[in-house]
Design a protein around this ligand. Structure first.
Ligand SMILES: [Mn+2]
Length: 345
């Protein structure tokens, strides 16, 4: 049976946790700050009450997020330890999935998760989750991040009882990082409840400046130069559609010593131009047969529909992603055509 909860009733989750002894927490491929934050916050919260938990990811954390899961955290990733990951998923009796709405977002882990006899819980903020794949679903797109939803769930747990100061500090820090990164540092998808969460976490001891510096202001010099190159030489603006796009090729990645996570946030940059309401960022990957597509928009333009219709993906109304099986030279024409069809002009 799938139960859905917008404002979390934690009793069904309590019931599942209380009969489980081997819990696995999982987040999505190419984990961002919200994936890492919700994964580790959930893991550390459950451990604080004595539950045995193994956090798992399909691939390693990007360098700028690695501090969130030091070696002693026990985080396993499939690319580094495939056998160990498959074994813990197989023997788990409860799997908690965070920050994704369909199992395919875990890439290589999907089959193992499906095959596992464990009960499955989803805690996520993307639209239209695959409810039938889970025993219990906490899903709402009315929050900034998976971390904001998880924060509300944790607040409702009996030992916390709505008292923020009872949340362990390291759990609070991970929740803050996920919320901070998914909102692009309080710029997007922020509601009064997001600011309340931030205020409450600051009051209980989270060092906002330290986390902001660690995650957002900790880039390499080549990454900054790559950003300059893209903005100066690669950004195309299409005023007739209020749109802009950039393509990052595999050659450029090599030239600028690209590390996973380096392009994080680049897609947002053209949205600060007056009249640009939609931005697309395409990334060519040498080891994959597709180009990664990232889409962002200002309120009033739905990039989830664009991603679903033309880019083999989906996401949120103002932030979505997908894949394109085309050589990079053909992308400008395809992007133009997709806008033509999407806007019907
Ligand atoms: Mn998220």
């Amino acid at each position: 049976m799938t139960k859905e909860t917008a404002f979390p009733d934690t009793a069904p989750l309590e019931a599942l946790i209380s009969v489980s002894s081997r819990v696995v927490t999982i987040s999505h491929f190419r984990p961002d700050g919200d994936a890492a934050g919700s994964l580790m916050a959930c893991t550390l919260f459950l451990r604080s009450r004595g539950v045995e938990v193994t956090p798992v990811l399909p691939c390693p954390l990007a360098d700028y997020l690695a501090f969130m899961a030091p070696p002693q955290s026990g985080l396993l990733d499939f690319e580094t330890s495939p056998d160990a990951v498959e074994a813990v998923i197989k023997s788990a009796d409860l799997i908690i999935c965070l920050d994704f709405n369909r199992l395919s977002r875990t890439e290589y882990l999907e089959d193992a998760i499906r095959a596992s006899k464990a009960r499955k819980v989803l805690i996520d903020h993307h639209v239209a989750p695959d409810r039938e794949d889970f025993d219990l679903v906490y899903s709402t797109a009315e929050v900034s991040s998976a971390c904001e939803l998880l924060y509300r769930i944790i607040l409702n747990m009996p030992e916390i009882g709505g008292e923020v100061s009872r949340i362990p500090l390291e759990v609070a820090e991970h929740l803050y990082i996920g919320m901070m990164t998914d909102t692009n540092n309080f710029a997007n998808s922020v509601s009064p409840s997001t600011f309340r969460m931030a205020a409450d976490l600051l009051e209980m001891g989270v060092d906002k400046n330290a986390l902001q510096f660690k995650v957002l202001n900790n880039h390499t010099e080549p990454r900054m130069r790559l950003m300059g190159h893209l903005l100066k030489d690669k950004m195309n603006v299409l005023p007739q559609y209020g749109a802009a796009f950039m393509i990052l090729t595999a050659d450029e990645k090599q030239e600028y010593s690209f590390r996973p996570g380096d392009a994080e946030g680049f897609v947002n940059l053209p949205l600060s131009i007056a009249g640009v309401n939609l931005s697309a960022f395409f990334t060519e990957c040498r080891d994959e047969e597709y180009v990664r597509v990232s889409l962002r928009s200002r309120p009033g333009t739905d990039v989830n529909a664009l991603a679903r219709g033309w880019y083999n993906g989906g996401g949120h109304i103002n932030a979505a992603g997908g894949r394109l099986f085309l050589p990079t030279e053909e992308i400008p024409a395809y992007f133009l055509k997709s806008l033509e069809e999407y806007f019907g002009k």
